[in-house]
Each structure stands twice: as C-alpha cells, then as structure tokens.
Design a protein around this ligand. Structure first.
Ligand SMILES: [Zn+2]
Length: 223
C-alpha cells in the first residue's frame, strides 16, 4: 500500500501541476473516445496499449471481458446503456488478452470448485467453450487457450449487438463494435475482421478496424 500512497504524492507533486489545463477541462465533463469492455486482469493496461490519457476511455472491466445477455438491472448493461445514451460513444471495444485466468478456468472447471461465484459468472462464456472441438477440450494446449479467448471476444460482441441501446445505434450507423485480442508478452493487438473472417494485427491494417458483429451461430462450431 505504501507504493500506492507514494504514487498519489508523486501525482500531486509532479503530474497534476504539469497537466492542470487538462484536469480543469475534464472537471466540467467527459467525452470519451470509446467504451472498452475489458478483463479485470492487472496486466491489461488499456491507456498504455492505446496511448490514451484521462478522459479518453470509458471502461467496464470484469473477469473475462464479458457482456452478459441483456437484463434490466445488471451492472454491465447499465454501463453500456450509459456509455451509448449519455456519453454518445461511437465505438465499443471488447478486449480479450493472452494468458487470461478466466479463460484458463473455463478450460479447467475443476479449478473453480472453491469459487462458486466465479464459476457462475463464467457461464457467460459457455457458448465459446462449446464451440471448441472435443479434442481441444480433452487436451487443451496454449493454442486452445488463444482460440477460446478469441471465440469469447466474438461471443461477447454478439451479445453486445443485441443490447437494445446498442442495436438502435448500430441500425442508425452511429456506433461500431470492435473485437481485440492483446498479446501481453509481445504488445501485439489483433482485431477481429468479420468481413474477412479472420483476426488481423492492428499494425497491418490499412483500412480501419470497423467490424460487423458476428452472430452466435457463426461462433459456435467454428473453433
Ligand atoms: Zn483475463
């Protein structure tokens, strides 16, 4: 905890005075670039990856970057609704990542025997797990984990696309959905390109990263 307290002191001493105008502007309201639905994993530093700063990203984090099926009253749906309706975000990014503990637990359900709440939460990704082949499930490899993580991103995009507020904005072409996969050890980010049915390294993309959200039927059975 001392390190965090020292961090606050350093922020107040060095960082805040050097950015006084920025914080004065932010104090009167926010207009973030995008909503991110990302994993809670401490290694996924969205502002670092995107080189953004305070006020740029509206973030909803949970284990496994889930956008559960829309239901009135759940906190992820409320965050999405607020981002779209009140803040007017025009892009939503679902960001999965390498070595994801939630995805590893999905591949090894026995590891969850003492974590009933996590087990219950991970049901939000069960369709992605179902899309894996039997051989992949019986002997999961490092590649299986990547495949599952990417399938889960696509599944959550699909869920997002039928959220009522999102659906309305998609139809009005006022919103785009994006699926990203962040590789921690290389810094690479891949984006799901539905039209091309493949993941593309963001640095290789020449024509933007807009995607059409895939349907669940596309996800299941295509591991
Ligand atoms: Zn994770």
């Amino acid at each position: 905890m001392n390190r965090l307290i020292q961090g606050i002191q350093q922020f107040q001493r060095d960082v805040f005075p050097a950015n006084r105008e920025l914080f004065a502007r932010l104090a009167s309201g926010q207009k973030p670039e995008a909503l991110f639905i990302a994993c809670s994993d401490s290694r996924v530093s969205l502002e670092w990856i995107t080189q953004c700063g305070p006020g740029d990203l509206f973030v909803c984090r949970n284990a496994g970057n889930m956008a559960p099926r829309f239901s009135r009253g759940d906190d992820v749906s409320a965050t999405i609704e607020y981002a779209v309706s009140a803040l007017g975000v025009r892009d939503i990014v679902v960001c999965g990542h390498s070595d994801c503990g939630a995805m590893k637990a999905l591949l090894n359900p026995a590891s969850l025997k003492d974590m009933p709440h996590v087990k219950s939460w991970l049901r939000n990704a069960s369709e992605a797990r179902l899309a894996l082949r039997k051989a992949q499930l019986s002997q999961p490899s490092a590649e299986t984990l990547v495949t599952l993580t990417k399938l889960n991103v696509r599944l959550q995009l699909d869920r997002l696309s039928v959220h009522p507020k999102v659906q309305t904005q998609l139809r009005a072409k006022a919103l785009e959905l994006h699926g990203w996969y962040y590789q921690i050890d290389t810094g690479e980010v891949e984006a799901w390109q539905a039209a091309e049915d493949r993941w593309v390294a963001v640095r290789e993309s020449r024509h933007g990263l807009a995607i059409g959200a895939p349907q669940v039927s596309q996800v299941v059975g295509r591991a």
